[in-house]
Design a protein around this ligand. Structure first.
Ligand code: FES
Ligand SMILES: [Fe+2]
Length: 425
């Protein structure tokens, strides 16, 4: 249990708050690249600030204050020009640093005037990687955009699923330090809602043991389920949670990065980044555009969708409330990882307050070519290749390409059958 004050300190992300300042030391995904190719301006809210993301006609991305400083109209209706974003109301133009670079009428009336030099709005850096656009809102010099290996895999196909969740980001991230929910929410509950069976699915054992270790990029969680031992991947390799707000799930065939980006204290921009790698020696089919889709959260009756894996998580996080009352919770044996993560969060926020670089700050390009992460090697193959597995509601994209990529692994299965496993979240 935390005090009300400590809860606020680890959850809130506004400017000047401990975790708000910590979060301003990281790059955050704010859009699929393809979305800006379809329409070159987009409203974005990040860390409590209203912004407009745009791509100008020379291909430069910018992230500016949402409102024009002249008479305060919404720049997401603005006009991307060759080098900058022009306000559609009276034609003022801004470059990607937020500097006003044109004021047509002022310049006509006062050709020597210098008013525009004094007009500057916020302009945050944006970079593209792996089909996502990332923004950085902290002090300069900005650290490097981390090139987590899944974002850099060349021989692979991808899908991006986006959801906007009406809850604080930390509820989403704490779920990743909670391996027990896999047995209940994803196995037992699934069997109840799908099959009316009040039991674990066949071949799925109870959780016997969990443990957590800090490593250089975050925390590794480990578990032993009935029928397995400490020699199996779930314990030996474990599953990494990347600080501060990313979960990695998967293996060398399919892996997912989930980013839990704080829109503000009560809303999260959730990005699931799926990558299917081709088998060694095989070539993944060409995927000219990395596709994205928005995930429905509710069914026709207005209830959260609960029969699809990640939608179950979304339901659980959102129903904890807009900002979970950690001052009222009663933590038990399964919550050791959550306690460890909260401590890490506090420590890292203190490092930032003392002027230091927090965990997962990268400044050496050599070490940021492709950041290798601990991955299981065999689990997916063990499960058997059963075709595209829908884990978020809505219509999947590029299923044919994904299946062609998975087919490159045929014949490479290991012998151990783990058909009962549905997820390693
Ligand atoms: S309101 Fe933007 S130029 Fe006038
Ligand atoms: Fe989950």
């Amino acid at each position: 249990m935390l005090s009300v004050k400590d809860n606020e300190a680890i959850a809130r992300v506004g400017k000047g708050t401990p975790v708000g300042e910590l979060m301003r030391r990281y790059w955050h995904p704010i859009s699929a690249t393809a979305e800006l190719d379809e329409r070159p301006t987009k409203k974005v809210r990040l860390l409590g600030e209203d912004l407009v993301l745009y791509k100008d006609r020379s291909g430069t991305y910018g992230l500016l204050d949402a409102l024009c400083p002249h008479r305060r109209v919404d720049l997401s209706y603005g006009i991307p020009e060759e080098n900058g974003l022009r306000c559609m109301y009276h034609g003022w133009m801004f470059d990607e640093t937020g500097q006003c670079i044109e004021q047509p009428f002022e310049e006509t009336v006062h050709p020597d005037g210098r008013f525009k030099e004094k007009v500057k709005i916020a302009g945050y850096p944006v970079q593209e990687l792996g089909g996502l656009l990332f923004a950085y809102m902290g002090p300069q010099p900005a650290p490097l955009l981390p090139r987590w290996e899944q974002l850099t895999w060349g021989n692979a196909v991808r899908e991006i699923c986006i959801s906007e969740l009406p809850c604080n980001w930390l509820q989403c991230q704490e779920n990743s330090l909670d391996p027990l929910h896999n047995e209940w929410l994803h196995a037992y509950y699934t069997n109840v809602v799908r099959n009316g069976k009040h039991e674990l699915p066949q071949q799925r054992g109870i959780t016997l043991k969990i443990a957590f270790d800090q490593f250089e990029h975050g925390i590794i969680k480990r578990r032993v389920e009935e029928g397995y031992t400490e020699e199996d991947d779930d314990w030996k390799e474990g599953h990494p949670v990347l600080f501060p707000h990313i979960l990695l799930v998967g293996d060398e065939v399919k892996s997912t990065l989930q980013f839990r980006v704080p829109i503000d204290d009560y809303t999260t921009y959730h990005v699931s980044y799926y990558v299917w790698g081709a088998a060694p020696g095989a070539v993944a089919p060409a995927q000219p555009v990395i596709p994205y889709r928005y995930v429905p959260l509710k069914d026709e009756s207005g209830r959260y969708i609960v029969d699809i894996l990640f939608n179950q998580d979304y339901m659980a996080w959102v129903t904890q409330g807009p900002l979970a009352r950690r001052d009222l919770e009663k933590l038990g044996e399964s919550d050791k990882g959550i306690i460890m993560y909260r401590k890490l969060l506090k420590e890292q926020a203190e490092i930032v307050a003392d002027g230091g670089d927090p965990m997962n700050t990268f400044r050496d390009p050599e070490k940021n070519q492709s950041i290798a992460l601990p991955l299981e090697h065999v689990k997916f193959l063990n499960r058997g290749r059963t075709g595209y597995n829908l884990v978020e509601a809505g219509d999947p994209l590029d299923v044919d390409l994904i299946e062609q990529t998975m087919a490159t692994w045929d014949g490479q299965r290991s012998e151990r059958a783990t058909a009962g496993a549905v997820s390693s979240t």
